[in-house]
Design a protein around this ligand. Sequence first.
Ligand SMILES: [Zn+2]
Length: 620
Amino acid sequence: MKKILLISACALLLSCGPKLDDLAVNRVVEADIDLVNVENDMVKVRIDPGRFTEETINYYIPRTVPGTYSNDDYGKYVENLKAFDYSGSEVTVNKTDTNTWELTNATEVDYLEYLVNDTFDTEGEVEEPVFSPAGSNIEAGENYFLNLHMFVGYFSGLDQRPYEITFVHPESLEVTTSLTEMTPEKASAGVDTFYAERYFEVTDNPVMYAKPDTETFLVNDIQVTLSVFSPNQAYSAASISDEMEKMMAAQKKFLGDLNTTDTYQILLFFSDMEETSPTGFGALEHHTSTTVVLPESMPEPMLLETMTDVVSHEFFHIVTPLSIHAEEIHFFDYNNPKMSKHLWMYEGVTEYFANLFQVNQGLIDNQAFYDRILRKIENSRRYNDEMSFTEMSENILMPPYKENYANVYEKGALIGMCIDLIIREQSQGEKGILWLMKELSAFYGKDQPFADDELIPKITSLTYPEVADFLTTHVEGTEPIDYNTYFTKAGLQMGTDTITTAVLFRDQQTPFIDANPQSKEIFFRDIPLNSLLTELGIQGGDVIQSINGTEYNLDSAQQLVVASMGWQEGDPIEMVVLRDGETVEVSGTISQPTVTVDILREDPDATQEQKALREAWLKG
Ligand SMILES: [Zn+2]
């Protein structure tokens, strides 16, 4: 009998290759991201997958990721991708499309190396920039805002393998992410290693490195972390966290017994609106975190209101699509995605909840809620009202559907509202759409997708024939919704009123002008303009060249707003605008502008039954 020390047996195994556990099909994919040695605003990434067992393997960077509903070709931000064999010599890599690299002698490949650019810098240079919260920022030594689908890809057939992701980072910066940190044996100052169970988790957990500015609070049993990067320190985590805590506590109360998550991270990036700063404002949902990009110049009350609307929307995605979703989402194909038909639910119902919970929990009053609903009706008129919502959703990556995408937040939310009112009416106020979503979540859940065509029959079996009729006629079908039919159930009336406005603003949320972040042009929006602008002959789409001899563009937008507030009745006004490439001069005299607007009010003659339904709808 001969015994060898276990340790030398291990050493023996380690020294002679190929190592037993070194096969790519058995081990983790190691990804090393170097945030210290930034070259030309790019970071170096090294991917070590282990030994491949097949000769031909593709490496993919996603073409799209869940939640963005657009083809963004993240591969175009990757440069100089090279593969090396075990002796350190370069081996052939064929780039077969924007997002695909083919390894033809894969069994020889030891690791890949490449550089990755960020998206924030180049938003102004491309026609359809990546939505900022889905993109990335690389600002050496200052800030790294990293959606990892831009940095780490997957190998064909191996996307279910776990990943070990290591960041070497400036020691002065701290990480915020919902990724699981690995056992600290490997940890040292300036190095963090995280674990992802499969490629999906790599994409589902964004990372931010920044100077520490973090607040943590508890909402029932959820630990929420808010991490802020504000380049000019206009805001801090501490200045926002009270409002976020109040808002999320209200959401949790609204959701009741619905299972959510143990932790939630909010990664908030403020743009200082410089040349290389992001302008795609908003947020992107993930299962346990959200990335948010907003302008630093936003005044505090507006910022808090926007954060409430945006973060609550992302958090409500925990209900759908995160717990209720189609197979198309569950088995998401990052490079050849199939889209589900049910954006009305994923985005529409989520957006509806983000408004309903605020009136339900007393964060806003009834009238403020009606005004929000009314604005959605107005905004929805900018899109094709006769387009089937399920057909649009299924084809959302292509024209003419993609131009109608933003309607999922307008008409999509109104669809949610109508279904809510139908269920309330049929159940004598007892149940609503939140109840329906809880039923669906209990039936399916985050690990059990539905077949796309089975959702509407399932909803029908859980609810009422009236809900099925509505879905067939107005969601699958093309018939526009007559909202008054639904408002009447709750004793509300839609009508019109003439109101006074400012010259350039109807109200705080509704300016008559907007700007193009790329060209910096300020133009008049295609909405009903006030009496003064109409009398001057201004039309929607007109681009402002100058007003009273002063030229304006996005950089001087604030001066324009300030100047407009000083205009007095009887003052002369001269405007030069560009219309279809031609210069048009208009002039006149300032008068009190008015505009006719839609209104949504409680009917003073509402019956007891209508009032009871209204109460159940808004407060139930
Ligand atoms: Zn959303």
